[in-house]
Design a protein around this ligand. Structure first.
Ligand code: B12
Length: 320
């Protein structure tokens, strides 16, 4: 073989000669031998062949003389496939996913694994252990990260185990109560009074899930919006009354269990009774399939909500 060599992950890889056709996805392709690649990924030749045969995929390249080799990118792809199968995903369900989605699956698995001790405490109804672990997460992560990266995935895991019957309703109630208490304390530590824009946050009548709206209240305050948390399950008239009394420029609603045929007419009624200057922001899984409505801003992710909240706070500061 001619061409130069370089180190990649402790393994010597070969740069092809100038003028050779470059492999897929890279202009200058490095070649990693089959044995080095399998060692780096941690799978056997048998497993690789089984994946390729069963799903009719070529996961490696071939030289002109028919020798199989991998590019660094292909090795990274294989590593992700391996990590996902280790995490319990069937290869058939992930083999066609792009690397970014595989990486997201790996991250979600790592998060679940890191929450395992907390889930054990919850399953065993060990209230003291659960509180201590939640407090440690809050201290290490700070309120916003704690809410987004510990509470949200934790509650999803609670929901998953609750619906497959492995976690009791009592355990779910215990963790929900503690999470509410902790989020309320985070809100107390960040009073909305001096913030430039006022908002109210709630859920519509019939929706008892309130942790999503508490989380949103906290993120809004972190972004500089003076958000008032009204509690869940409010009729349209009460939401309007609260928004007027607190001079809110934004009404923010969360839904986890929304039934669209119930939610949509209520949303239409709410919008029609509000002054045009009042913004209506909605988000959460219950609103996923809601049709687009004039004067209703639907957020499909938390990051865009935070951006919008920061922008609204900045606008208000400029006009002050
Ligand atoms: C705790 C809980 C309860 C508690 C709520 C306690 C409380 N005080 O809040 C109680 C016991 C009351 C309850 C009741 C019910 N629940 Co429940 N519950 C849950 C559970 C386990 C956690 C919910 C939670 O707090 N999540 C925390 C939030 C923060 O997580 P999140 O939704 O992922 O939030 C993220 C985004 O959605 C977003 N977001 C949320 N809101 C907003 C708003 C805006 C503006 C934006 C931008 C973003 C945003 O921000 C978060 C950050 O990532 C979920 C499981 C799950 N997968 O969520 C089931 C779940 C929501 N419940 C469910 C069900 C079916 C019910 C009941 C019908 C059960 C029953 N048979 O009685 C009732 C319905 C009650 C009602 N009418 O509302 C289902 C809903 C399925 C569906 N799609 O319809 C779920 C998904 C469980 C499941 N796997 O089946 N529940």
């Amino acid at each position: 073989m001619s061409g130069s060599s370089m180190k990649f992950g402790g393994i010597r890889v070969h740069e092809p000669e100038m003028g050779r056709p470059a492999g897929y996805g890279s202009r200058v392709m490095s070649r990693i031998s089959m044995s080095d690649a399998l060692r780096m990924v941690g799978i056997s030749k048998l497993v690789l062949h089984a994946w390729e045969r069963r799903y009719e995929r070529q996961l490696a390249e071939r030289t002109d003389t028919g020798r199989r080799y991998f590019t660094p990118r292909q090795v990274e792809h294989l590593k992700l496939l391996k990590q996902c199968t280790d995490a319990g995903h069937r290869i058939g369900s992930i083999i066609d996913l792009p690397p970014a989605e595989l990486a997201a699956l790996v991250r979600a698995h790592e998060k679940r694994a890191s929450l395992a001790p907390l889930m054990d405490a919850i399953l065993q109804m060990d209230a003291a252990g659960m509180k201590a672990q939640l407090a440690a997460h809050l201290a290490a992560e700070g309120p916003a990260q704690f809410a987004k990266e510990t509470i949200a995935p934790l509650m999803r895991e609670v929901g998953r185990q609750w619906s497959d019957g492995s976690l009791s309703i009592a355990s779910e109630h215990m963790v929900s109560a503690e999470v509410r208490t902790m989020l309320a304390a985070c809100l107390d530590a960040l009073p909305p009074d001096q913030m430039p824009v006022r908002a109210v946050v709630s859920t519509m009548e019939g929706e008892q899930h309130e942790i999503g709206s508490m989380l949103i209240t906290l993120l809004a305050r972190q972004a500089g919006i003076g958000a008032l948390y009204l509690g869940p399950d409010l009729p349209v008239e009460e939401i309007i009354r609260a928004a007027c009394a607190s001079k809110a420029g934004i009404i923010c609603l969360s839904s986890l269990y929304g039934r669209l045929r119930v939610l949509e007419p209520k949303l239409v009624a709410l919008r029609s009774k509000l002054d045009d200057t009042v913004e209506l922001w909605i988000g959460g899984p219950g609103f996923t399939d809601i049709r687009q409505m004039d004067g209703v801003r639907h957020f499909t992710d938390v990051a865009s909500f935070e951006d919008a909240a920061r922008a609204a706070a900045q606008r208000a500061q400029l006009t002050d």
